[in-house]
Design a protein around this ligand. Sequence first.
Ligand code: ADP
Ligand code: MG
Length: 290
Amino acid sequence: MDITFKDVSYIYQANSPFAHKALENLSFHIPSGSFVAVIGHTGSGKSTLIQHLNGLITPTKGIVQIGDYQLNAEKKPENLKELRSRVGVVFQYPEHQLFDETVAKDIAFGPKNFGISETEIQRRIKEIVPAVGLDEKLLDRSPFDLSGGQMRRVAIAGVLAVKPEILVLDEPTAGLDPRGQREIMDMFSSLHKEQKLTTVLVTHSMEDAVKYADHVIIMNKGTKYMEGTPEEVFTQREALNQVQLDVPEMIQFMKAFEGRFGHAITFKRQSIPSLAKEIRQALKGAESLE
Ligand SMILES: Nc1ncnc2c1ncn2[C@@H]1O[C@H](COP(=O)(O)OP(=O)(O)O)[C@@H](O)[C@H]1O
Ligand SMILES: [Mg+2]
């Protein structure tokens, strides 16, 4: 399903002395099957944006269109539950929402709620548990006996067990150790590639955005500050610095290399081995001129 925001504004506690504008005239289009990174400082409106995607909140002004479902100030779609089964949201610190006696029951909660049969749920659990990097032996344990990283995986498994078409991730690796971060991001990346799952990733990590996303939206103070491919966005160092964001390390390195050796390497999301090859070529060329 495509996602379109058209002139969306959102005000918390509108018409009260505490009214706070969190989004202002936000427009963008995410084609089905994309992997989009939404980046911006704390308070820039990222979480408010994604709460529109499954109708937790509706725009104060403007239109949110997700496939055939439309949300605007006047109405939520009548089939909101159906929308929520098609748009899975992994909220920040999702492990805080675990509550059931066992890991298996916690994972089953979402799909059960959407009317999926017990046999089908069991089949999905068998498939998803190893995919999120959990041991099947943990299924009968209490989720509260697990480590933080394992609890995070249980919560993610619960969202995946509903088999959404759009997966929304709000800083899914926050607080995990570097290895856990990489494992979880690689898992989302393969889900996206193998199942064509449209993925919306809210992140602070430029490195993750470069590595996984094909489209980037930079938020600043509730508005869209920049948008484009990682190549388009991350090469604009000045503009990013203006909103206190850095370009990814790889691009910083390329700039430093150019400054030192006078050889420009174009950023095209190359892998580290292919960057190394380009550097060798460049240095060889320089040598043969001497
Ligand atoms: N429930 C709320 N009530 C009032 N203001 C809120 C609420 N949630 C967020 N805000 C405010 O809206 C703005 C955007 O917040 P948020 O979408 O959470 O940003 P981000 O996820 O980028 O950190 C911030 O200024 C924040 O303080
Ligand atoms: Mg947030």
